[in-house]
Design a binder for this molecule. Structure first.
Ligand SMILES: [Zn+2]
Length: 117
């Protein structure tokens, strides 16, 4: 497990978590992920293991449908840093593009068929 740090684009939201070496990612074809186009972590992070530091008002949340998933974004720069999973409430997937020192565009990824749920 390695300590990882990440942030949104403007830095109003910073976060830290421990993860195995990140060698792959996950994309999803649901209505929101298709629009975001982000490469997410294939692993999830428990809510008590994701340390979030955000300036007041920066961490915003978008919900739709069953409202089970919490899609977080920065109210200042608009970037999606992580979301609470619909399939595993209380667990987060991370936008790997926000992780420090990681070139997420080079990672192989699988596509989760969220559109069929
Ligand atoms: Zn921001």
């Amino acid at each position: 497990m390695a300590r990882q740090k990440g942030s949104c684009h403007c830095g109003a939201i910073k976060f830290e978590f421990s993860a195995p070496v990140i060698e792959n990612g996950l994309r999803c074809n649901c209505s929101i992920c298709q629009r975001k186009g982000a490469i997410m972590s294939a692993f999830t992070v428990a809510s008590d293991e994701l340390i979030i530091t955000a300036t007041t008002g920066a961490l915003s949340t978008y919900e739709f449908g069953s409202n089970a998933a919490k899609h977080h974004f920065c109210s200042k720069c608009g970037i999606y840093p992580f979301h609470q999973s619909m399939s595993a409430p209380g667990y987060y997937r991370i936008n790997l593009g926000c992780v420090e020192g990681l070139n997420s565009s080079l990672l192989p990824f699988e596509v989760y068929d969220g559109a069929s749920i």
